[in-house]
Design a protein around this ligand. Structure first.
Ligand SMILES: NC(=O)c1ccc[n+]([C@@H]2O[C@H](COP(=O)([O-])OP(=O)(O)OC[C@H]3O[C@@H](n4cnc5c(N)ncnc54)[C@H](OP(=O)(O)O)[C@@H]3O)[C@@H](O)[C@H]2O)c1
Length: 347
């Protein structure tokens, strides 16, 4: 997708980015409910010098993620650099393991420059024809989450019908496209706007989609999948989970990926679902963290890269240009402003 055209935000740092100045985003306060730009600040410092055994990386792409919202409640230290998945190029190196010019993946995001040790980075494979951003989207943790959800947790079989909540986001678009490539039957998605519903069916390969905001989800799902579903990939939780349990066929599987419906509403009531249906239909409900499945990374490359090269697979992305807009991009994603994986690209 093309970069999201948004006006420059009020919290831009006053000094334009210069190569001798490094910018780091810090969290300044704990939010209640939705965070705002006031919960962050941009700190300026000289570009750091790499110590022996380390390298200086100039970051090129940043991922902002729903889990960062969870970390804002306590795991992110205040007034300190934040963690995040990032791609950058080695600018200066004092270790033979990180040659200058090499493009690496690391987790010291939310800053323009990072000093890293070799064991903290992953050198990217060279897949000609694959855009760099894909290593943070459909080939990165986002794609890996979708791939593991379908193959290892749901153990999707050919012809099975799949419902994905949060279908127009990063994990959701990858899950829909992977389900199709893995031979799923009908692929159904939910998303939060008519434009996203149209994107799902017209561009992202979904057979059917609905806007979960327009009516009770159980009714919308019954209309979209009148004969039921076999697998539910749940990025959202809440009433979508309850509805899917009602729609699942015998021996159906719920893959609990995330609970974004609750990240900004900590007082949300517990999910109501038919517990007896889980027994009577022999359902399986299983969650997972992608961090426990890093060993599937090469398998994902083997599966997805040929499809990316042939054009059978597309990396759905919303790209926001300029590190100075990273907070804006994060807040945009929490409000549903992205389609596909949201990324920030160095200007
Ligand atoms: N288990 C793991 O290891 C793992 C790894 C990665 C991600 N995740 C989880 O997977 C989910 C998707 O992550 P992602 O990175 O792909 O983000 P994403 O879906 O690209 O972006 C978040 C989306 O959530 C939707 N959303 C926001 N508030 C919502 C609400 N109250 N109800 C329903 N939808 C809402 C918005 O879309 P709409 O406009 O459609 O509302 C928004 O675009 C998240 O829950 C995340 O925590 C888990």
């Amino acid at each position: 997708m093309s970069p999201t055209p948004c006006p420059a935000p009020a919290f831009l740092p006053s000094v334009p980015r210069m190569t001798e100045i490094a910018l780091t985003v810090q969290q300044t306060a704990r939010p209640t409910g939705f965070p705002t730009a006031d919960h962050f600040r941009f700190a300026e410092s000289p570009v750091p010098e790499p110590a022996p055994g380390t390298a200086l990386v100039e970051n090129l792409y940043w991922s902002v993620d729903p889990y960062h919202r969870e970390m804002m409640d306590g795991d992110f230290a205040l007034h300190a650099p934040l963690e995040g998945r990032t791609l950058g190029r080695v600018l200066a190196s004092r270790t033979p393991d990180l040659p200058e010019g090499e493009v690496v993946f690391h987790r010291q995001g939310w800053r323009t420059h990072s000093v890293v040790r070799p064991e903290e980075v992953r050198r990217l494979p060279h897949h000609p024809g694959v855009p760099l951003s894909a290593y943070l989207s459909v080939l990165g943790g986002t794609g890996l989450t979708a791939y593991v959800a379908l193959t290892r947790v749901a153990r999707l079989r050919e012809g099975e019908d799949v419902f994905v909540s949060g279908a127009a986001g990063g994990v959701g678009t990858a899950a829909g496209r992977f389900a199709r490539l893995l031979g799923a039957g009908r692929v159904i998605g939910s998303a939060g706007s008519p434009a996203k519903v149209a994107y799902l069916t017209e561009q992202a390969g979904y057979d059917s989609a609905f806007d979960y905001r327009t009516a009770p989800v159980a009714d919308l799902l019954a209309e979209a999948a009148p004969t039921g579903i076999d697998v539910f990939v749940d990025n959202v939780g809440g009433d979508q989970l309850g509805a899917a349990i009602g729609a699942l066929r015998e021996r159906g599987r719920v893959v609990r990926v995330g609970t974004i419906s609750q990240y900004n509403t900590p007082d949300a009531p517990p999910v109501v679902f038919d517990h007896a249906a889980v027994v009577e239909k022999s359902l399986r409900i299983e969650g997972f963290l992608v961090s426990g499945h890093r060993d599937a990374q090469d398998e994902l490359y083997d599966f997805a890269v040929p499809h990316l090269r042939s054009g059978a697979l597309t990396a759905d992305e919303t790209v926001v240009d300029g590190f100075e807009r990273i907070v804006e991009a994060f807040l945009l994603m929490l409000r549903g402003g992205n389609t596909g994986k949201i990324l920030v690209r160095a200007a």
